[in-house]
Design a protein around this ligand. Structure first.
Ligand code: GAR
Length: 357
């Protein structure tokens, strides 16, 4: 194998680059980190950081300093390899390797125009010495949001899981509305309360917030045109849905505010593996007006149900329920919001307890 030809820069060389930019009224962005297993979260972060200025230098912690910061099992990749990979990114103009735990000395030497840091920091939580160095270099500090769900630790955890089907549960989520249940699922995954991955999201509403939520979370999202009847799907749409689910290797299908009736071939392909969340205590108040119906009947309480989906509407085996009191003066809208609060806990919980083969 040919030896890598990439040579990281020295801080002095980066300072020259900085001064050249400065002379042209341009700005050098500086960021630092371990970056020992590059993932999409890093790439998105680096692209955002680079967009703050005209060129970017990434300071990579040396292998010894990564070990000191992250423990003896890190870094995953050695510093020369990390530098070579990092330098190949479109956002990166220069790479330096530094051996200290802190970047203070580098900041003092390079005097970057902009210092970018990932969003688990605030300006106040930056190391005081680094902060002082940044102030004296008159660097502008920019804290960028972290990319949800992507971290080296997560990636390592996933890689360590045995390949016996016990990895994260692969969910396909279908919805027609605002997608608050989808959001709750994604949040539970993010918080490690649910070991799952939403591998595909499908909606019959092209401009739905549901689809926007999925896209914002970088979940592959598809609109499927169901035809004119808002409650039913035509055969072609059912086939398309089945194809999306199969292509994404979905294990469990979740209907999260999906307002059309699912039929074959999806029902058979995913028998006992389709769950629906419904805003009533089934078997009471089936159908699309469940919240208003409970009010109209003068009930004192209602709630939500997570159940398996069969060919009979809202009638499959009940997996879990939560109750919600109906208060004097409740409108369907107000009551529905309180029901959703319970749905957002119940649905992720049911999925987190899903029996694996
Ligand atoms: C949820 O309350 C769900 O129970 C209901 O639609 C809402 C979707 O909210 N589902 C049904 O009525 C199905 N018959 P969301 O889009 O905010 O998740």
């Amino acid at each position: 194998m040919p030896e890598p030809t990439y040579q990281p820069m020295t801080p002095a060389e980066v300072r020259v680059l900085r001064d050249e930019l400065d002379a042209k009224g341009k700005k050098l962005v500086f960021t630092n980190g371990c970056f020992d297993l590059l993932h999409a979260g890093h790439v998105r972060y680096l692209n955002q950081a680079r967009a703050l200025g005209d060129a970017m230098v990434v300071a990579l912690n040396s292998d010894a300093s990564v070990r000191e910061l992250k423990g003896p099992s890190r870094p995953v990749n050695r510093e020369r390899d990390r530098a070579e990979v990092m330098a190949a990114l479109r956002a990166v103009d220069a790479v330096v390797i530094f051996g200290d735990k802190r970047a203070t000395a580098l900041i003092e030497e390079i005097r970057p125009h902009i210092y970018a840091k990932g969003g688990d920091y605030t300006v106040d939580s930056l190391n005081p010495e680094e902060l002082a160095a940044l102030k004296s270099a008159r660097s502008q500090i920019s804290i960028l949001p972290l990319v949800a769900g992507r971290s080296t630790t997560n990636t390592i955890e996933r890689m360590m899981k045995p390949a016996d089907g016990s990895g994260p549960l692969r969910l396909g989520v279908l919805g027609s509305g605002v997608g608050s249940n989808l959001k709750a699922i994604l949040q539970a995954i993010e918080e490690h309360a649910l070991d799952a991955e939403v591998v595909v999201a499908i909606s019959d509403e092209k401009d739905s917030t549901f689809l926007k939520t999925a896209k914002a979370a970088h979940v592959p999202a598809h609109f499927v045109d169901g035809g004119h009847n808002p409650r039913r799907f035509n055969d072609a749409a059912h086939k398309e849905i089945a194809e999306h689910l199969q292509r994404a290797q979905v294990e469990v299908v979740v209907l999260a505010g999906f307002m059309r009736i699912l039929k074959e071939p999806v029902l058979t392909a995913y028998a006992d593996r389709i769950v629906n969340v419904h805003p009533s205590l089934l078997p009471m108040f089936k159908g699309a007006r469940a919240v208003q119906d409970a009010i109209d009947e003068g009930e004192l309480e209602t709630g939500c149900t997570v159940h398996l989906v069969t060919s009979e509407i809202d009638a499959g085996r009940i997996l879990a329920q939560a109750t919600v009191p109906i208060l004097v003066g409740d409108t369907a809208e107000v009551l529905h919001q309180r029901i959703k609060v319970e749905e957002h806990k119940l649905l992720p919980k049911v999925l987190s307890e899903w029996p694996r083969k």
